[in-house]
Every structure is written in structure tokens, then in C-alpha cells.
Design a protein. Sequence first.
Length: 544
Amino acid sequence: MSLNEKEDKNVNVDAESGSGHLAGSTEDEQVFEEEKELTRGLQQRHIQMIALAGTIGTGLFLGSGTALACAGPLGAVLGYLFTGILVSGVVLSIAELAALVPLTGSFVRYAACFVDPALSFAIGWNTVYANCVSIPAEMTAAAVLISFWTTSVSNGVWITVMGLLVIGTSIFFVRLYGEVEFSLAILKIMLIVGLIIMGLCIDLGGVAGQHRLGFQYWRDPGPFVQFLNIPGSFGKFLGFWTTFSNAVYAYSGIELIAVAAAETKNPRTNIPKAAKRIFFRVLLFYVISIFLVSMIVPSDSPLLLNSSGNASQSPFVIAANLAGIKVVPHIVNAVVLTSAWSSGNSSMLAGSRALYGLAREGQAPKIFLRTNRFGVPWVSISFISVFIALAYMTLQESASVVFEWLQELVGAAAIITWMTICLTYLRLYYACKRQGIERNEMPWSAPFQPYAAWFSLIGFGLVLLTGGYVVFIHGKWDTQTFFGHYFNIPLILILYFGYKFTKKTKIVTLDEMPIRYYLEIAKQNPEPTQEEPKGWRKINILWT
């Protein structure tokens, strides 16, 4: 049943299974049919750590050096900090939506219910497309990372091996995916903590043969960079603004806490809990890491512009080499390799569940609704898996150029997804006010709303429109950069208006939204109260 279909019948609830169905209806008329088809194998610790695993990766370990080179130490720190604040509005919005309607496909389904089925179609296929491209990109990155140790084997072999790993992780129990992501997230956190400690030792003069650095690099070459050699405050501001595009890529994937809501145990409790806690932890890791990097690597170091794709371009590795610490490059490369696998897993989850959600809404062939005996939508996963073959384009120089163009679009797709989430939430918020629904009636009401959603919507709108501003500077035109930053805008409009005119869809009015219908389902389907942590679990700050 489509989300935007509602009935005027009473709702009964099977408390054990957690599925709501209509009184007097047949089994086939259940409201949330996927709760029977999909296995709820993701627990609270999985959801919390999946959000961490999806956001801590190559954007931090490798990409932060570019931000430092373009914006300077203070510019890079402020860029990641402000982007994190913008992302917080997205996280809070998606969590409140998921607490009310915990369905797999998340924002794809919510757009159909609270905005317009045409927006659901547009953002759904945009999400599927973006993940079809991002998975082979991660497989290519993994092959490059492995070549850090050996160049005697073709990258095509490693692309195949990593692709099979991603498919194997996704096609069986969703709990297997959760456990793999949980373990990889622990590795990343251990590496970040270790790198933070290393950075403190280097900066405070704890490494033999190196003096105390302190804020030396903030004074010389300075807190900001004259980007593109443009003089004055304007050049410094442009460098700072460039950091946003870099930070967006680093934070992308944070909305994954809700993409598999129907496969999450106690989603109305665990998804909001993850939203409240994960953001601050990710922000803590990112801001502290960037801050320390800015203190131990000079922003004018030519090594920061290294685009090798492996550990040698990491600012942490650059700092370790400058301090004479030899083992760090291998450790960083190994963990970043697991990050590529983790990102591939996350993209497979997001893409396949978005495709499943589209099929649920009648906007994709019904074959994508098929699940295997493990309760996993295997046809959707198989479809996404086919596009891993795009990674082989990188083995040929002419084809790799086309692949790079496709890859450039992923960052813009993430911004459009975040803007859609904020827009959908605002529609829900004002529909509640129109229908006289108080905030305390919701399964979970996010703080700082609707201001957080408005702030994020407007902020990311500006970032989307100005992300490729460099190409409009005289003599700086680059077709690939323009295509990567702006192609997604006409694409999403074509998908939206094309579906709207073809299917004659209408924007759902504030009065028509079936909010009380879903509130009744939530009220009659209470989730079990979770026990307070005991013993050593009280000090667990990661997933309790």
C-alpha cells in the first residue's frame, strides 16, 4: 500500500510483530506490509555506529588536506563546523519523520506522503542513480589504496574482490551488514583517537627531534589562505566558502540512520536516539581532527595537493612523515581501505532501500519488492550491484574521464537529498499546526524546529547554487567542474516535472496529510521500554 493512501477504518495492532493493520481488513491490506517482508535485524548499536561509519571515511582521512590548502587552518575548521551545524537540521528532521512513519526508503516515501508523489519519484531515482555511481567509485578507491602496498596486480582484480565483498555483505541477513559496519566503525574511531593523540604529541613537542609547534602554522602562513591569489578579505572568504563543498562530501551519508527504518528494532525509539547523539559525536571527531591537523601541517605545504588517492595524501600521514613517524602511513591506509568497503556497503543499503521504496510507491517495477528468505530485497540489491562494473572504466584512460564526470555528481546529489528532507519535514510541521496536532502528540519531536530545518534548507540551497562558483571567474572555466556541480539541478527538475505532467500528480495539501492516521498506529503500537545501561555500559559514550 502506498504511503499516501489512507483509510477511515480503525487501526488494530499486532504488538508482537509491530505491524499495524486495518480492522476487518484482509491480511493483504495491511498498512505496513514491508514489516512482514523485511527482517528487523538492526539494533540500536548498529544504527548509531552505521551513522558514524557512513560519515567518517575518506572525506576526513584523505580529503581534509584539500580543505586546509584552500582555506587555511581557521577557514577549514570553520567550514567543517558550520557544515556540521547545517547537517544537524537534516538529522533532526529525518529522525522525527522516521519516528512517525518508520518505513524503509525513508525520505523517498515521506516525500510522496507529505509533499508530492512527483518529488518522491525525482528524489528516489536521483538517490538510486547517485548510489549506483558512488559504489564503483569506492571500489576504485579501494583498488588505489591497495596499490599503496603492491603494484604487481591489476586494479581490476581488487575491484572484483571488493565488489564481491560488498554484495556478500548486503545480500544476506541485514544483521550481517549491521555487524560488519559496527566493526568497521570501531576501527575508524580507534584510528581517529590514535591520530588525535599523535597530533597532540607532535604539536606539544612530544616527538624526539621536533620542537613544540603550538599555533605556529596559524601565525605563519596564517589563519586563512588567499584563494586563487585573489587579494584581500574577499580571497580569504572564497577559500573558506570552498571548504563547504569538501565538507559536504565528508558528511554525506549521515541520513542513513533512517533509510532502513522497517529493518530497525524499535525504530521510534532508536532512530531519534541516534539522531540526538550521533551528530555531536561526529562533529566532535571532525572538528577536533581538523583542528589538530591545522596545527601540525602548514597550509602552504605542496604535499596537501597530492591526489594519489592513497594514504600519502592524508594530512595525518604528512604530519607523521614530517615528524619522522614511519608506521602511520600503513595504518592509515589500512583503515581507509576498510572505510572504502564501509562506504560501499552504505551506498548499497541506501540505493537498494530507495529502490524498494520506489517500488512500494508504484514508481518502480514491482519486481524490486521481492525479498529472499533472509528478509532482504535481493532484486533491488542485484540491480545496484550491476553498476559496480562501471569501476572497470577506470582501467582505460578514455573511459575513466567519463567516470570522473559521473562521480562529480554525487556531492550535489547529497545536497539535494538533504534539502528534500528539510522541505518534507517543514511540510509535516506546518500540517500539524494546520490540523491542530500538538508537538507532544508526536512519537518524538525534535528540538530547535522548525528553525533548524529552515536554516539547513536555505544554507544548503546557497551551497548548491554557489558550489561551482570558481568556473565563473575569468580564465577559470572548467566543463567538468560545472557539470559536476550543476547537472543535478536540471536533472531533478526534469524528473519532477516529467513525472508530474505524465501522472497528473498534485501537491498534498496540509489538510489532506494523514498525520493522525499514523499517530494512531504509533499509539496502538507502543515499543518496549529499554532498560537503563548498567555497569560498564554506563560509561559507553558511543552507542548507549
